[in-house]
Design a protein around this ligand. Sequence first.
Ligand SMILES: [Zn+2]
Length: 106
Amino acid sequence: MTRKSHGPAFKKAAIKLAQCPLCRGRAVTEGVFHELPCGHCHASGFVAAATGEALALDELVTQLSMRLRAALRQIEQLKNPQASGPEATYQGSNRRGAGGTNYTGD
Ligand SMILES: [Zn+2]
C-alpha cells in the first residue's frame, strides 16, 4: 500500500451534517417497485448542514466516520458511567474540557 496524501491537512475538521431533505435521512427513496439509493446525498442520508448539498464521497466517508466514532464514544460513556462521586464528576468534566472534541452534533 502506498500512502498518498492529498493535502497538508493534519486534522480533519468536522463538518456539520444534516438530514438529507430528499430521502429524510433514510438514504433511499421510494421507486416504483424498489427503494432506490438517494441520488442527492450519495445514499448516505446526510448532507452538509451549511449548504444542504451532498459532500464529496471521500469527504462524506470521513465525516460519517467521525460521527460514528463520536456516537460510539457516547454509547461507551453511557454503558460505563464513570461518575460515582464528586471527585469523579470533577475529573469527568475536566477531561471533557481538555481532551474533548469540538464536535457539537445536532
Ligand atoms: Zn438523500
